[in-house]
Unconditional design. Sequence first.
Length: 601
Amino acid sequence: MATTKFDQNDVTVSGGLGVSSERGRATVAFSYFRRTELTADERDFSRGKSISIQGSPGTYYDLTNLSAPRFADPGCMNAQDSMVVSAPSAGATPSRTCVFDFRKYVSLFGNLNRTNMFANAEYDLTPHTTVFAEVLASRMRADGISSPSYPLPQLPIVPANHVDNPFGRPVLFLGRPLGSANGPVRNAATDDTMRLVSGVKGDFEGVASGSFMESWGWELFGSWGVSRYSQLIQDNLREPLQTALNSCSNPADLSRCFNPFYSAIDGTGTPNSQAVINSFSGTYVFATEHTLHTYNAGLNGQLFKLPGGDVGMAVGGELRREWRTTQADHDAELERYGFLIGSRDARAQRNVYSGYLEVLWPFLRGLEVQTAVRVEHYDDIDTTTPSPFAGVTLTPADLVGRERVTPWLRKLQLRGSVTQAFRAPTVYQSTPGYSIIPTQLTVAGGALRFIPVQSFGNPNLNPERALVASTGLSWQPIDALLLDSEFWSYGYRDRIVLENAQQAVTSDESLLASGQRDPRVVRDATNNIERVRVQLQNFAGSITTRGLDFGATLNLGAATLRGVSEAWGALSLGFQGTYTLTYDFPRAQAGERIIPNTTPT
C-alpha cells in the first residue's frame, strides 16, 4: 500500500527468466505497475491550496468603466465550492470576487498503468567474436480528473442585452464557464516506447597473438529508439463560447444561448442545454514522437607498461541522428482553446558527431592519473564542444609501501579531478517554434491568475558550460567503518534559461504608468493580459556553487567482526549529507522578493 489510509494503492508484478548454453546466453524480464487515483480532496494537507479567483459563478468588470470595483455573481454564495472575497479598491465600494475551491477536482495521483518488457541475448560466433542484441518496450496509460472547465485568461464579454445579465450593461467575465454543478472531467495521457540495440564485439587475440594488440577489445553497435506520447485534455473553445454569449438577446429563441450566471443553476434564469455546452467544448489533442538512432564504434586495450602498471586507452566515435515531431488537433493549430490556447505542428532534426579518447596513466604503484577528452559537433547550432577531463588517485600506503604505514592508514585513498563539461540545447530548444503553457502569475493588485505563457525556442543558443573541480578522500580506518568526504565546485556559464514571465508582467505594469509597454506582454483592448511571450536565452553572467559531501557507513557482520557467525547475517548503518557553502549568481538575474508588512527599498 502507498498510504496509511488504505484508500490508494500501488500494485507491482514483475518476473524474469534466463537461459544459457555453451555459446549463448539470454534473459527476459517484465514488470507491471498499477496505481489508483488519489484526489486532493481526500487529504487534509491540500485544504485551501486550490483556490482560484476565476470561478463559476464568476466575477465581472464593468466594460464601460474598467477602473470601477469588480463585482461577484449575485448567486456566488449559494454555489457549491464558491465564496465571495472582498478587497479594498480606490473608491468606497470594495471589489468582490467569486473564488472557486477546485480541490476536489485535482488528482494528487492519477490512475496509472505501466507495462515494461526487457530482453537481451548474445551468441559467441567464435571464441573471440560475439553478437548481441537487446530490446526494451514500455507501455503507459494514465488519466486523472480535472475541474469542470478551465478558467478563461482572455476574458469574454457578456453583452448588455443578454437576457440573464443582472447588471444591465456589458461586462467582462472573469471566471470559467462550468462549475461544481457540472462535475469533473477526465484527461488522459499515453506513452509507448520501443528501443532496440544490436551489435558485435570481440578481441584481437586470434589475429594479433604476440603483439600489443592481443589484449585489445573492440565493439560495433547501433541503437534505434522511438517514443510516442499523447495527451487528451478537455478545454473550452474561445470563439464558440463568445458566440453562445452573444446569442441571448431574443427571449423567443434561446436555443443557442449560454447563461454564465448562477441563475442557470438555481432555475431563475435560462438553463444551459448540453447541446450549447457541447458547442464550445473541445478536446485538445497533442502528440509527440521522438526518434533516436545512434551508431557507435570503439576500441580499448593496453599500450605499454609504467612502474604502476599498464597504460590503458579507450577510443571511439558516435553518430547520433535525432528527430522530433509534434502534432496538434485543428483547433489547437488555430489557437482556439480558451485556456490551453493551442500549439503548432513542428518538426526538428539534427545530427551529432562525437569522438572520445581516454587514457589511464599508472605512473607509480599508488599513483594513477586519468585523462580524457570528448568532442561533439551539433549541426543544428553549428557548434563543436570539447570536454577535457583530468583526474588523479593517490593511495599513500601503496606509494610508500604498506608495511611502512600504520594499519589504520592503509585503506586511505585521496582523489581529485577537474573537467570542462557542457550540455547542448535540446533539439526543440534550438528550434524557432513555440509552446504555450498556462501559468499562474501575480497581476496588478496581488491577484493570482492563470495566463498563457508562449515560450519560444532560440536557434542562436550556445551550449551550457561548466568548470567542475572536486577533491576528496575515502578512508577505511577499520574493516567495519568506511568514511567518505568530497569538496566540489561548479562554475556555470551560458546556462539555458527561459525568460521569467512574472518579471515580464511586473515590468509591463511598472511601465504602464508612464505610457510605455513591455513588448513581451500582450494585452487586449480592455487592457487585460492575453498572453506573455518569452524566449529561451543563455544566462548572462556565471553561476558558482561550492559545497561538501560527506558520509559514513558502519558494516557489522562476520566479515568485519571476529567471532560473529555468518548465520547472523549483517547489519549496515550509515548516513550521507551535503553542505552547500556558497551559491552565487548575478544580482540582475534575481527575481523580486516581497516580504509582507515591509516597505520595498
